[in-house]
Ligand binder design. Structure first.
Ligand code: ADP
Ligand code: MG
Length: 777
């Protein structure tokens, strides 16, 4: 044997001996027994044999059957047995950082090891990996970055892509790259794992790769849709606290003695909502007509009621509540903690489960509560397939999820909750039947369920492709359209063209589709390009502080609250932040006011008085911190960022930076006698959402509004706008690339005849060139 082989062999023997010793100990024996009880373990030999005979294998099985924790271990163990264990190098990707961390910790404890011995993890900015680590869990983003550094994945023997059914953009993207890598690395194994999976689609994408299905078992689950839940509600609700939580949610007291026949206020509100919603022409792709049925506003009370009902009347067993996101989870938790039964720690153990929870909180989720205490877990759809809580018997399903969830930055609640698919609803229901027959409460009517799409559309087909296109360019993967045409399901050509066109307009790509310097910086900021642009320019122009707030504000739920019964008061409170003809600047002054109040320890009162959401304020605060770290990482600001704020009070400069980011989201302001109307180039007349500060003005002393988003309902509505002047649009709208100035002028020409005058245009061009040089340098 050559020396290195001998060393490898020795290490493998040591690894095997260590495992043997652990498995002979009492704890180890118990753990092994548990592992052997999992359905995946029963298929161990079959799985290993398929993996050894094929380059690509697709494995599916019920959630909780042991795919994530067992299959990577089987491979590791069999490699160790076959003497070359120390040479194997398994990478397993997870769509979320939290699962990469929790799964690796779980496997280490199954093996009686510490994290960082044979099992480790790596996520952005964090990791635990040692020289003996042969099984590494990481996020998809980390493996993509590794592929960038080394296109052949040298030294890696197995790639396992987990949770493939989620069909996130990053995963679909990575599959294209991996598929092209396979012929170059014939000895590399690729294993795709999923709970519910369209095995045929994946199999044909990988030239007929074999699919293994792990048979599972779940107990029957009784299902209640909203209609049945309302039938059950022999309760009447009486408001006991008129002063509500910033007017968001009224608190209610349950009165069990209420006469049976009397419908609760919630029940009739729900009925009205069902009646008024038109589900017949529901379009699963746009989810359009369903949007008028919105369970969010009544959901909290209903959930509180059902939880209370379960605690009072039902058999023991944990409850899992599926909610849309962290913000909802924490408001509901706050509300439940004030409830006499649900907030009583002697009766209820109230836990949360979401992407940003800490590891001690994570461990609690898996533990059994004390006798007589009921565990209630408020979770995001992370508990749908990636985390399995063992003792769940009751499931509450709100029917919605926030789409997309990769890293902390993309995971922000700027993504609106949308209806889940039938497959997801089934998956959620199944969580109740793991240990005994269970019950599932769907908080929506059956007709809504019937209208759900069968599967969720893959992200690549439903979201804008701008960031993805930038990534393709930064990985030097050639022409964007060619590359995307090789995807599992390719996005529409038009969608791709739109994205490329947009990136050209904002100056991230040049005429030949190459990354510009700006584009390169944007690829380093994991957020929408327009937000990245604002941060970059904010740093360059020394006005980062307000821009951090603007960008963070665009990523969280609108902090200005308008409770229906206190509309006037809320509007009056908001008007003190107006005056700059800008929703973005209104938010900046609200945030700054809150910061000052926080210093004086009265942040809560400040929010309460001004109808602001404390949670949004806190979320903005946290995001600002993350953005600063990112900007530091890529070297746009130095470690003491104070130098970036000397121009922070120059409102017009801030307008310019906002315009730089939001362009081409722009409309012109046309004044008439009494008020004004708005026009965009593509849509003609557009309207403002009524909660915009500009909607309450009768005159806007600027010719343009830049806006963050437009939404087509019946008319086109603009959300979040800022008024800007001609010169700002000319100098900061569009790309600042050499040569593009003329294009930009042409685009605006229809509006801006005045500026087409030769001398003015020439002056503009020269200023623009100077700005361009500044930014490119
Ligand atoms: P799958 O990937 O097929 O959904 P997992 O491999 O994640 O399943 O989990 C298999 C089983 O291991 C689960 O049913 C659960 O009982 C147990 N398990 C997983 N993670 C933990 C953990 N952190 N603590 C305790 N038990 C766990
Ligand atoms: Mg799993």
């Amino acid at each position: 044997k050559t020396v290195p082989e001998k060393i490898l062999w020795q290490r493998s023997v040591e690894m095997r001996d260590r495992q043997q010793a652990w498995q002979d100990s009492p704890d180890g024996r118990r753990m092994l027994e548990f592992r052997r009880s999992l359905p995946a373990y029963i298929q161990k030999e079959a799985i290993l044999s398929v993996v050894s005979k094929n380059q690509v294998v697709i494995i599916s099985g019920e959630t909780g059957c042991g795919k994530t924790t067992q299959i990577p271990q089987f491979i590791l163990e069999s490699e160790v047995e076959s003497v070359c264990g120390a040479a194997c190098n398994i990478i397993c990707t997870q769509p979320r950082r939290i699962s990469a961390m929790s799964v690796s910790e779980r496997i280490a404890s199954e093996r009686g090891e510490k994290l960082g011995e044979s099992v480790g993890y790596k996520v952005r900015l964090e990791g635990m990996k040692g020289k003996d680590t042969h099984l590494l869990f990481c996020t998809t983003g980390i493996l993509l970055r590794r592929l960038l550094a080394d296109g052949n994945l040298k030294g890696v023997t197995h790639v396992i892509v987990d949770e493939i059914h989620e069909r996130g953009m990053n995963e679909d993207f990575m599959l294209i790259i991996l598929k092209e890598l396979l012929p170059r690395r014939p000895e590399l194994k690729l294993i795709l794992m999923s709970a519910t999976l369209d095995a045929e689609l994946f199999s044909s994408y990988f030239d007929g790769a074999p699919a293994v299905k792990i048979p599972g078992f779940t107990y029957p689950v009784r299902t209640h849709f909203l209609e049945e839940i309302l039938e059950m509600t022999d309760y009447r609700l009486t408001p006991y606290n008129q002063i509500d939580d910033y007017g968001q949610e009224r608190m209610w007291k349950m009165n069990k003695q209420a006469p049976r026949k009397r419908k609760s206020q919630i029940a009739s509100a729900v009925e009205d909502a069902i009646k008024s919603a038109d589900f017949k022409d529901y379009n699963p792709q746009t989810q359009e007509s369903l949007s008028c049925w919105n369970p969010d506003s009544i959901g909290f009370n209903l959930i509180e009621y059902i939880l209370y009902h379960i605690c009072e009347n039902e058999k023991p067993g944990a409850v899992l509540v599926f909610m849309t996101g962290w913000d909802d989870i924490s408001s509901l938790k706050e509300k439940l903690l004030t409830h006499t039964v649900l907030g009583d720690p002697n009766r209820v153990l109230l836990l949360t489960c979401h992407g940003s929870m800490g590891s001690s909180e994570q461990r609690l989720i898996f533990e059994e509560p004390e006798d007589g205490v009921r565990k209630i877990v408020l979770a995001t759809n992370i508990a749908e397939t990636s985390i399995t809580i063992n003792d769940v018997v009751f499931v509450l399903d709100c029917g919605k999820a926030k789409e997309t969830s990769y890293d902390a930055l993309n995971n922000t609640p700027c993504l609106l909750p949308t209806w889940i698919s039938k497959v997801s609803a089934k998956q959620r229901r199944g969580r109740a039947g793991r240990v005994q027959p269970g019950e599932c409460y769907h908080l929506y009517p059956r007709c809504v369920y019937d209208a759900f799409a069968e599967y969720q559309l893959p992200e690549i087909l439903r979201t804008p492709l701008q960031s993805l296109c930038l990534q393709i360019k930064s990985l030097r993967l050639g022409s964007i359209s060619d590359f995307l045409s090789r995807a599992l399901q390719s996005p529409e050509i038009l969608a791709v063209q739109n994205a490329i066109e947009y990136l050209k307009i904002i100056g991230a790509l040049d005429e030949n589709e190459n990354l510009t310097i700006l584009g390169r910086y944007l690829t380093m900021l994991p957020m929408e390009p327009k937000l990245g642009k604002m941060l970059i320019l904010g740093a360059i122009f020394n006005c980062l502080d307000p821009i951090l707030t603007v960008v963070a504000g665009l990523s969280v739920r609108d902090p200005f609250l308008t409770p229906l019964d206190k509309k006037d008061l809320a509007e009056a409170a908001k008007s003190q932040f107006c005056g700059a003809y800008s929703d973005h600047l209104a938010l900046v002054s609200a945030y700054e006011g809150w910061k000052d109040a926080e210093m004086d320890m009265v942040g809560y009162e400040y929010c309460w008085k001004n109808f602001l959401s404390l949670q949004s304020m806190k979320a903005i605060d946290a995001l600002r911190g993350e953005f600063i770290c990112l900007l530091r990482d890529i070297g746009l600001i130095d470690s003491n960022a104070t130098s970036c704020n000397s121009w922070s009070s120059d409102v017009n400069l801030i307008r310019a930076v906002i315009c730089y980011g939001l362009y081409p989201g722009i409309c012109s302001v046309v004044h008439n006698e009494k008020s004004f109307s708005l026009k965009t180039m593509e849509d003609g007349q557009v309207l403002l959402y009524s909660n915009s500060v500009n909607a309450r003005e009768t005159k806007i002393p600027y010719p343009w509004l830049v806006f963050n988003e437009k939404i087509k309902v019946n008319s086109v509505f603009l959300r979040d706008s800022t008024a800007v002047s001609d010169s700002v649009v000319l100098l900061f709208g569009g790309s600042l690339l050499k040569g593009d100035a003329d294009n930009h002028l042409k685009m605006l020409g229809g509006y801006l005849e005045f500026f087409m005058e030769p001398t003015v245009a020439e002056t503009y061009r020269s200023i623009r060139r100077e700005l361009d040089d500044l930014i490119q340098s």
